[in-house]
Write a protein that binds this ligand. Structure first.
Ligand SMILES: Cc1ncc(COP(=O)(O)O)c(C=O)c1O
Length: 483
């Protein structure tokens, strides 16, 4: 494994002058240099700008050898050391910890400022969320009755461009109720993309129907219309499209197949709030759309979901089923077996506050994506997220594919290197047809490949430009060192 560029730049040979060491500190900006024995390549010590300042005040000159600067014995760690041990070694005092390999060479450097972990999708919560939740607490409206639930439903429906919005306890319950409202049940088949989060298929299984997983197209990573057509049988009753990682599915071919066969289309828009397909907001294009407001989603309520639809029959059915199947206008009277899938007023209060700044949230997501695009576009072996001319994606999680041969490093190694520098990542979802509960022998090569080489980078709305630069630099260093 080669040494990352930024470590090479911090090395100064033992025979260098203090002047040279100060220049290196000035250029690299980490407040120290690494002394290098030029003959062996071994680490020979760490000198901070403070050590040099004290040496100069004690009468040293800029031309004195840097090796003569008095300094404490450096604290070092070993490559591959677990993060807790690193944290213990560094304590509050150590700002830079060199990690040495078996040959006493520095191959990693843990910097205190880099120990602040960059999260894949931490929620962005502000004053308004606090204010509205406090209102719920002060007024006692904490369960699923309360003004914020209807406000949230109304503003979310407006945002999607649908006539109805029905809030639910999660994205999964929104999907489950959507399928039940469409009368999907035992013996039916529902076509789903294999490359998705497990909940898409589970919602089908809850109804007693069978999820039929199909392959993706490599351009968008979303389900391939030709594969949908091939998967249709006499039992097929519906299609669920997923707008994966915030990029819309190419809806026209899907709608065309659905129309020809008379199938309804459910949009799983859990990851794509505000994305548009040919100018239409996702979730409003098929018969019914389901959204998630889980803590890592673009709009969050902690846990929560929403059904969006123009069809009054479906909206009514979802409302009935979400609240114990209790007949409207007749308390404790239950014509159908329903569920308790309600969203609380507390959660909706967070949702209303989030929706007040949804444009800023989406702009931040797109800004993050643009910064990654700029920093990574020229790196051989990386495929950046899909971006079709007919779509306005929202980059829920900025996800890339790593070609191990061309990039010079496998996805797992890149993730490990990012992790060691405090950068959280996630692998892409393992395809449904490879999961223990839905395993089939059929190969779905496109979904399998994308899942094998894909990872999501930190995409939280709160990330700054310097955070993105840190991720980009780490990836560039890894590419340079070729693992
Ligand atoms: C594509 C997809 N569908 C469904 C869900 C389920 O949403 P929830 O976790 O809110 O139940 C998620 C995310 O969690 C998702 O990513």
């Amino acid at each position: 494994m080669g040494t990352p560029d930024y470590i090479d730049r911090m090395n100064v040979p033992i025979g260098s002058s203090i002047r040279h060491a100060l220049r290196v500190i000035d250029e690299t900006g980490h407040g120290c240099v690494l002394l290098l024995d030029p003959e062996t390549g071994h680490f020979a010590g760490l000198i901070t700008d403070g050590d040099i300042r004290r040496a100069l005040l004690a009468g040293g000159s800029l031309d004195s050898p840097v090796a003569g600067v008095p300094r404490p014995t450096p604290t070092t760690g070993r490559v591959g050391m677990p993060p807790e041990q690193i944290a213990e070694l560094m304590g509050e005092r150590i700002r830079v910890l060199p990690l040495l390999d078996d040959q006493n060479r520095v191959t990693e450097l843990v910097l205190l400022d880099r120990r602040v972990r960059l999260s894949v999708a931490a929620p962005s919560l502000g004053e308004r969320e606090l204010e509205y939740v406090t209102e719920c607490l002060l007024t006692g409206w904490i369960s699923s009755a309360g003004k914020f639930v209807t406000q949230f439903e109304d503003c979310f429906a407006t945002f999607c461009g649908t006539r109805y919005g029905v809030a639910t306890s999660s994205g999964t319950s929104a999907l489950h109720l959507s399928l039940l409202a469409l009368d999907i049940g035992p013996g039916d088949e529902v076509i789903v993309p294999s490359l998705t989060f497990i909940a898409t298929a589970n919602a089908v299984a809850y109804t007693g129907a069978h999820p039929v997983a199909v392959d993706s197209e490599s351009r968008t990573w979303n389900m391939d219309p030709q594969c949908i057509e091939d998967a249709v049988t006499a039992r097929t009753r519906a299609i669920i499209v997923v707008h994966l990682y915030g990029h819309p599915t190419d809806m026209d071919p899907v709608l065309d197949i659905a129309r020809r066969h008379g199938f309804p289309v459910v949009e799983d828009a859990a990851e794509a709030h505000g994305a548009t397909y040919k100018g239409r907001t996702v979730g409003s294009i098929g018969d019914i759309g389901a959204f998630s407001f889980y803590g890592n989603k673009i709009v969050t309520t902690g846990e929560g979901g929403m059904v969006a639809t123009d069809r009054s029959d479906l909206a009514e059915r979802v409302r009935l089923l979400r609240a114990h199947g209790m007949a409207p206008g007749r308390r404790y009277w239950h014509p159908v077996v329903g569920f308790n899938y309600r969203l609380t007023n507390l959660q909706a209060a967070v949702g209303v506050a989030q929706m007040e700044r949804v444009d800023a949230i989406l702009a931040a997501k797109r800004g993050i994506a643009a910064a990654y695009d700029e920093g990574l576009h020229d790196l051989p072996g990386l495929t950046l997220p899909p971006r079709e001319a007919w779509a306005e994606p929202v980059f829920w999680l900025y996800s890339i594919l790593v070609d191990p041969d061309e990039f010079g490093c496998a996805r797992e190694d890149l993730m490990a290197r990012l992790d060691s520098r405090g950068v959280e990542t996630r692998p892409l979802f393992p395809p449904i047809h490879t999961q223990p509960i839905y395993r089939t022998e059929r190969a779905l090569p496109v979904a399998e490949r994308i899942a094998r080489v894909g990872l999501s980078l930190p995409s939280a709305v709160g990330l700054g430009k310097s955070d993105i630069t840190r991720v980009v630099e780490t990836i560039r260093d890894v590419r340079h060192a070729r693992c």
